[in-house]
Design a protein around this ligand. Structure first.
Ligand code: S3P
Length: 448
């Protein structure tokens, strides 16, 4: 329903204390990468805990179209029988990546150094997002692209028949661009070097190493430099996908702002490239603790315990932290509305090119709910109204963006009046069990 179906309005009503255990689904970033790298290995990759949201299901379909066998065993258990690096078949039809920027950009990278042609499209949100940030550097390998004005989908990529390795400094903090380049580098002979000025989520690097690629990461004067040796034989893996910190953000933030709440969100990855929200919440004075800290599959993991926190203070979120919480700013702005004082979020230009312009989408909806928001091109500031001080009572546009829809549902749980989103459909792209999971904790969500 990521923009394809009839809009389904959803309303969140002020609720009593949220309590219980919230087992959120698998990590979206890791799920996409498991399917794509599984398709580029030779043999059977077994995946458990795969996120079965629409974004990831679209990537599974795409991998089938490129020739891999992808089998759903049920209950989050999947197998991918890969075709090897350079082994993609030419798809017989257009690849529809739905709402997923990660899906389309990573798949474009993976096919760009193979001698095949593929056409990509998506929903209205994805077709409005910038793709030149990926297709321009993919041209350095020898790939050619024809798309709509402004580098928008639908778009056709003619993969390079004789790819050359590339050295590329990523100009924007984007794990998608970095990962597209690394996946393209897999089928280029020699060493492909990708440099990022700011560290972004490093799941691709970790997973490439796990699949047996030669990959070296060094901190240099230029930034974080990743060197990948092309044409490896990737060995199939057994992957247990950890639960998604970006989904955990919703029950955690809901508990923090809803009086009397005490919620446990188990098994959440605290990889430093993803955990910025939780650090920020603690800096604001949230009662958020890490229990049972451990290492799983090479990643730091903990059970998060979030309790109602009436003494939250607004802060200036360090811009250097932006990449590690880029998807969490919408729900942070909700928490900031219930804090005392201003929360300044700077260095966040990337928020304007997500599934929606997330600064615009949140600012409009928060203002409609009685919250003061100031904004500039790469910053925004929310003036908190204190615990229980947010009027609510508005209908907000989710703009085909799952995280905007969920953020406003969280707002409604503690606002004085119900909060509606015009379309809750996009939630199923990343968190298909959001409604029953939040309902079981005590949230009052209704349709209409
Ligand atoms: C993602 C990277 C981020 C993030 C997206 C998932 C990934 O996007 O917003 O939800 O899995 O690589 P950018 O790379 O555009 O910052």
């Amino acid at each position: 329903m990521s923009g394809h179906g009839t809009p389904t309005p959803m309303t969140s009503h002020r609720c009593g204390p949220l309590s219980g255990v919230a087992e959120v689904p698998g990590d979206k970033s890791i799920s996409h990468r498991s399917l794509i790298l599984g398709a580029m290995a030779i043999g059977e990759t077994k995946i458990s805990g795969l996120l079965e949201g629409e974004d990831v299901l679209d990537t599974a379909k795409a991998m089938r179209a490129f020739g891999a066998e992808v089998v759903n065993h049920g209950g989050g258990e999947w197998s991918v029988f890969g075709v090897g690096v350079g082994g993609f078949a030419e798809p017989g039809n257009v690849i529809d990546c739905g709402n997923s920027g990660t899906g389309v950009r990573l798949i474009m990278g993976a096919m760009a150094t193979q001698p095949i042609t593929a056409t990509f499209t998506g929903d209205a949100s994805l077709n409005g997002r910038p793709m030149a940030r990926v297709t321009d550097p993919l041209a350095l390998f020898g790939a050619q692209t024809v798309g709509r004005k402004g580098g928008r989908l639908p778009m056709t990529i003619v993969g390079a028949a004789d790819p050359v390795p590339v050295r590329y400094m990523v100009p924007v903090p984007s794990a998608q661009v970095k990962s597209a380049m690394l996946l393209a580098g897999l089928n280029a002979p020699g060493k492909t070097v990708v440099i990022e000025k700011e560290a972004t989520r490093d799941h691709s690097e970790r997973m490439l190493a796990g699949f047996g690629a030669e990959i070296i990461v060094e901190d240099t004067d230029e930034g974080r430099e990743i060197t990948l040796t092309g044409r490896p034989e990737l060995k199939p893996q057994v992957i247990a996908v950890p639960r998604d910190p970006s989904s955990a953000a919703f029950p955690v933030c809901a508990a923090i702002i809803t009086p009397g709440s005490d919620v446990l969100v188990p098994g959440i990855g605290l990889n430093l490239t993803r955990a910025g929200l939780f650090t920020t919440l603690r800096d604001m004075g949230a009662d958020l603790t890490y229990e049972n800290e451990r290492t799983e599959g090479g990643e730091p993991v903990a059970d998060l315990r979030a309790r109602y926190s009436p003494d939250m203070k607004g802060i200036a979120v360090p811009p250097a932290r932006a990449a590690s919480m880029i998807d969490e700013y919408p729900v942070l702005s909700v928490v900031a509305s219930f804090a005392t004082g201003d929360t300044m979020m700077a260095g966040v230009k990337e928020l304007r090119v997500k599934e929606s312009d997330r600064i615009d989408a949140m600012a409009k909806g928060l203002r409609a709910c009685g919250v003061t928001v100031d904004e500039g091109e790469d910053w925004w500031q929310v003036t908190g109204l204190g615990p229980e001080g947010v009027p609510g009572g508005a209908t907000c546009a989710s703009q085909l963006d799952h995280r905007i829809a969920m953020a406003f549902m969280v707002l409604g749980m503690a606002a004085q009046n119900p909060v509606t989103v015009d379309d809750g459909g996009p939630i199923s792209t990343s968190f298909p069990i959001f409604e029953p999971l939040m309902g079981a904790l005590g949230a009052k969500l209704s349709h209409g």
